[in-house]
Design a protein around this ligand. Sequence first.
Ligand code: XIL
Length: 324
Amino acid sequence: AVVSAPLKDKALFEIGAAVTVAHLKEPDFANTFKTNFNQLSAEYEMKMKQIWTSATTYSFDGPDYLVNFAAQNSMKVHGHTLLWYKSFPDWFINAAYDSLNFENNVKAYIQTVVGRYKGKIRSWDVANEIFADDGSLRIDASVYKTFKDPIGFYERCFQYARDTDPDAKLFYNDYDQVLNSAKRSSLKKMVERFRKEGYPIDGIGDQFHTTVWTDKATINIGLTDLASTGLLIHISELDIRVNQNKSDSYVFTDAEQQKQANMYKAIVEMYEALPQAQKFAITVWGITDKYSWLLSWWSPKEYPLLFNGDYSKKKAYEGFLSGL
Ligand code: XIL
């Protein structure tokens, strides 16, 4: 078999993958991760619901394990994610604080978590998915109803993170900013406001959960436009779906594998074309097709990642590599 270079050795930016503690305890998983990647995102364990177990208790076992694993293997860590409407713990939401109380609690959370990993977590998604698909704020999420000016709340949250670890790069993360111009223009307005009012933001993460049937030209236009902000750009949760109809009889043929490889290559090439100083990392949302979140969220016949279930490299891997 052809032995191709590890992705991390060829790239001039970090190559990340999302992992869980449980998966890292599988030796083949851990080895594949260490060999090919040099940045870690937590798929699960660094979300608020997992960490903030009650008003007076935090659970850091999972995040500590991940941060130690990364340190032992000379990897960077990307913290995902401080604020996400889907991940506020029930005990917190149910307490129904007023906005001042709400913010003071969130502030304490940010200070506790960012402070614990100061110098160990290089970058944070401070907020994830605050915009709906039409570009409006997700005020439907109960917590945001408490703020007259939610963007002001986010500005202050970025500031709390900055004050706690001045060296950490602070990102706003969302899906489809590249493809959805309404969402993108709301994001760009937010960035302008941060700048005008003097609040910190270093980068934008676009999740890039994408598909082989997505139009490449549209991706390129959106990516270039995102980069026009001058901020760091993180492809933060890349995976590429192949089973368009979610069909149970879908077969991942050679031709389908090649289509996916071409898409990986095209996306990596578009990222490579960005200004060097704005390239930060490309992170894939998992390692092996046998554990992708898309198996439950999209279809059990889905093959979105770079490695097969037996950890052999897919054509997708070669596509990614050849785009670097
Ligand atoms: C997903 C994980 O992959 C799942 O294992 C978990 O149950 C739910 O969250 N956008 C994000 C990620 O920002 O945090 C999500 O990850 C996928 C969509």
